[in-house]
Ligand binder design. Structure first.
Ligand SMILES: Nc1nc2c(ncn2[C@@H]2O[C@H](COP(=O)(O)OP(=O)(O)OP(=O)(O)O)[C@@H](O)[C@H]2O)c(=O)[nH]1
Ligand SMILES: [Mg+2]
Length: 432
């Protein structure tokens, strides 16, 4: 296998930069760069040279012999001064040395997986952790990296194996009448797993939203102050604000962090009856966006919150705008004035409360379509199992259980399916 290398930090200029090398050739780096080998796991200052013995840098070198490393292979790290020139020079020398090549996306993590250091869900958790920008993204990715999902998968697998051995016992009883207790035990265990899986699937939307952002959309008649609010919340001039009704036409989105939840906040065209073709398109887009939203802020400056056009099951927060001009005393409607900066922090708290209410109680959360598909297939097989008389057809039952074992096994360990692995690791960043 080639020895791979890549910058482990950002491509920009920085005070120091780490170039990480992983593979069996890493131990030959001191010879290639003409410096004295360092003690394992000890940071050591070394002058490093090119092949003509010209100095490249005065760098910290750390050598970690495998297999107890993050990739399971020998690793050498160059902590160089963060110059692009120095970096390129090292890349050039390594690229010209046989058995060395630059790493593909996610290749360090892929090797960690292949060497059994991490399973797939942990590798995915690690990638999410690196990309985490909000508190809840951090929490979810850290728990997946630490193995919360893996542990659930393992416990399911053990239970399935347990059920398979119960079935074996049944097959041995063959002609005799089956002990009722055994059969009951089998049925209740299988249905427990099924219920657990159904519950986890019902929470799977949360995992995706935490990774990609909850969708919140502002909806209202023209001129009620939607664009003013999104500009204020995002502290940016996202949208044009004018006194003219019908200013916003397209959907304008901004990524925000509300109390640790990543949110995609959308400004939309004011909804009204109009002849303008452009506006009609904008209004339709607004209504479509509302449909796929997790939360809708319905804005009005006159107390009328009725929108027969709005067909969305999403939760709604009713917001009375321009409260400096006119307020509502209705307890279910929240007053704000962007002009006087009133009621906005309270509105943010209400939004955060709603986002909190989406958080499942279980700490096992599926974060990718790959996991969801496998659990759904398992649910189908378990439902099929419930229809089988295990007394008459234990072989059929065992077939279903094997499907479940394979499906959930794939979540943590896809074996020998190079394509699937490439698909997973290609979504990682270079150097990971
Ligand atoms: N008095 C007062 N005026 C406001 C407030 N918020 C917005 N406005 C004014 O209301 C007008 C319309 O604001 P916009 O933010 O453009 O309204 P909009 O809902 O985006 O309108 P469309 O894009 O046309 O649908 C502007 O003149 C704003 O200055 C407020 O809190 N108080
Ligand atoms: Mg607007």
């Amino acid at each position: 296998m080639d020895t791979i290398f890549s910058s482990a930090s950002n491509a920009q200029k920085s005070a120091i930069k780490i170039i990480r090398v992983s593979g069996s050739e890493a131990k030959n780096i001191p010879r290639i760069f003409s410096f004295k080998p360092t003690k394992p796991r000890v940071a050591s200052l070394r002058k490093i040279y090119d092949t003509d013995k010209n100095i490249i840098d005065n760098a910290i070198i750390i050598y970690f012999p495998g297999p107890e490393t993050v990739t399971g292979e020998d690793i050498l790290e160059f902590h160089i001064h963060g110059s692009l020139f120095i970096e390129r020079k090292i890349y050039d020398i390594l690229s010209k040395t046989t058995k060395f090549r630059i790493a593909d996306r996610g290749e360090f993590t892929k090797r960690a997986f292949l060497n059994g250091i991490l399973d797939l869900t942990q590798a995915e958790g690690l990638n999410d952790l690196i990309n985490a920008e909000t508190k809840n993204q951090f929490k979810l990715s850290m728990s997946q990296y630490e193995g919360a999902l893996s542990r659930k998968i393992h416990s399911w697998r053990n239970e399935i194996i347990n059920l398979l051995s119960l079935l074996e016992a049944l097959i041995d009883f063959s002609d005799e009448e089956l002990p009722e207790k055994l059969q009951k035990n089998f049925i209740s265990k299988a249905s427990n797993i099924l219920e657990e899986m159904k519950k986890i699937i019902s929470n799977s939307n949360y995992g995706e939203r935490i990774r990609n952002g909850f969708v919140i959309t502002l909806i209202g008649r023209p001129n009620v102050g939607k664009s003013t609010l999104i500009n204020y919340l995002s502290k940016k001039k996202i949208a044009i604000v004018t006194e003219e009704a019908g200013t916003t036409r397209d959907i304008l989105e901004v990524i925000m962090d509300f109390g640790g939840f990543p949110v995609i906040l959308n400004d939309t065209a004011g909804i009204r009856k109009t002849e303008s073709e452009i506006e009609i398109i904008g209004i339709n887009r607004a209504l479509e966006k509302a449909k796929e939203s997790d939360l809708i802020l319905v804005l009005s400056d006159n107390g009328n919150f009725s929108f027969p056009e709005l067909k969305s099951k999403a939760k709604k927060i009713l917001v009375h705008t321009k409260s400096d001009l006119r307020k509502t005393s209705n307890k279910h409607i929240h007053n704000i004035s962007v002009k006087k900066q009133k009621g906005i922090n309270e509105l943010i708290e209400i939004i955060i409360d709603h986002l909190n209410s989406f958080t499942p109680k279980e700490n096992v959360i599926l974060t990718r379509q790959r996991h969801i598909k496998a659990v759904k297939n398992s649910i189908e097989a378990l439902k099929d199992l419930q229809k089988i008389d295990i007394n008459l057809n234990p072989e059929l039952a065992s077939e279903d259980l094997r499907i479940v074992a394979k499906e959930i096994g794939n979540i943590t360990n896809v074996i020998d399916v190079e394509e699937v692995l490439d698909d997973i690791f290609n979504s990682f960043c270079i150097g990971k």
